[in-house]
Design a protein around this ligand. Structure first.
Ligand code: FAD
Ligand code: SF4
Ligand code: SF4
Length: 306
């Protein structure tokens, strides 16, 4: 994949078989199609619905001509002959989980190239001689502030058990940076307390305007296959701001002033921009109007102990 990007093109030509069910497998399949492979087949151990690749990636790969064979494992490769074992899914009644088992039934397919797109695993060399770091199933074990068992060593992103996406890695980086900053100051990072989750019944959706989803520019299939042009275009600044405004801020006060304006007893004071509000309980008669009119479910009525 890296060679493809740097123009030092490898030879993804002929009949290409890719082993894996994740986004990397889809990337390789779609790259092989763009490089003119004659036949591109993805072999996945999982059922279609359990594949880790994003559904949109699978859909677009199929639209571009990739074939997908689910519930198969590559057992051997001999020249251009590949032996696949059929797998089946077994439901575990007691736990409700399902897992994939081998069936002992085999079939053959042919390929010129097999690409293994399974398991982006870490290189453990650096950590081998570092005491107190635990690696389980090729993932570095961390606590809730991203610290390994070795004080002062933090880990994040693909190296730790996670969703293994760019967004997750970025979030981890931010969290780890805060934890490292606190550690350097001799403190222990305390994540900010989370507000209670506001379920839909706590929201007042009529306060929000209808905001239809912005359609991102999407390259049609034939043009997609003929090169490496961007498939899903960016939002422009205006559209991005419009999308951001669709956020309903569930459970988090966004200072709309509704409660402040509606309180019949002036029991609510504004503390200034980004500082929220003070509820003065000596004046509050508990009518609940603020809670009822808060669009995002940020107010809870709690009975006082008398
Ligand atoms: C082919 C492919 C397609 C993907 N597609 C998507 C996608 O569409 N969307 C998505 O969200 N995610 C995708 N991912 C996953 C995404 O790339 C990763 O989840 C993300 O990059 C993880 O970030 P990271 O910082 O943890 O690790 P990395 O991005 O892997 O960064 C780790 C860095 O550490 C360096 N490094 C390693 N060992 C050492 C060492 N000993 N000393 C110094 N440096 C070292 C590496 O060279 C690398 O630069 C894809 C991954 C692959 C492989
Ligand atoms: S419960 Fe009623 S009185 Fe109390 S703060 Fe809310 S609106 Fe004001
Ligand atoms: S608590 Fe609710 S009603 Fe009051 S300002 Fe915040 S979002 Fe608006």
């Amino acid at each position: 994949m890296r060679d493809t990007e740097t123009e030092k093109r490898n030879q993804l030509i002929g009949r290409v078989v890719i082993y894996g069910g994740g986004n990397s497998a889809m990337d390789v399949a779609r790259t092989a199609i763009r490089m003119g492979a004659q036949d591109v087949t993805v072999i996945s151990r999982e059922e279609h619905n359990n594949m880790s690749a994003h559904p949109s990636e699978i859909k677009e790969a199929l639209e571009e001509g990739a074939q997908l064979i689910n519930l198969r494992a590559i057992k051997s490769v001999d020249g251009d002959l590949i032996t696949l074992e059929r797998l089946k899914t077994i439901e575990e009644h007691h736990s409700g989980h399902s897992h994939v088992v081998e069936t002992g039934e085999y079939e053959n397919i042919e390929a010129d190239i097999v690409v293994l797109a399974i398991g982006q695993l870490i290189d453990e060399t650096l950590l081998k001689n570092t005491p107190k770091i635990t690696i389980e199933n090729k993932f570095i074990q961390i606590n809730n502030i991203m610290q390994t068992g070795h004080e002062g060593i933090f880990a994040a992103g693909d190296a730790v058990p996670s969703q293994r996406s760019v967004t997750t890695a970025l979030g981890h980086g931010k969290k780890a940076a805060r934890a490292i900053n606190a550690w350097l100051k001799g403190e222990v990072y305390q994540p900010a307390p989370q507000n209670e989750v506001a379920t839909f019944d706590k929201m007042e959706p009529w306060y929000y305007s209808d905001a239809p989803r912005t359609v991102q520019p999407h390259l049609e299939t034939v043009r997609r296959k003929s090169g490496f042009a961007e498939v899903v275009g960016d939002l422009d600044l205006e559209n991005a701001k419009f999308e951001a405004r669709r956020c309903m801020s569930c459970g988090n006060c966004f200072e709309c002033d509704n409660c402040y304006g509606i309180c019949p007893d002036n029991a609510i004071s504004k503390l200034g921009p980004d500082k929220g509000f003070e509820f003065k309980y000596d004046y509050c008669k508990g009518c609940g109007m603020c809670e009822a009119e808060c669009p995002c479910g940020a107010i809870a009525m709690i009975t006082e102990d008398i």
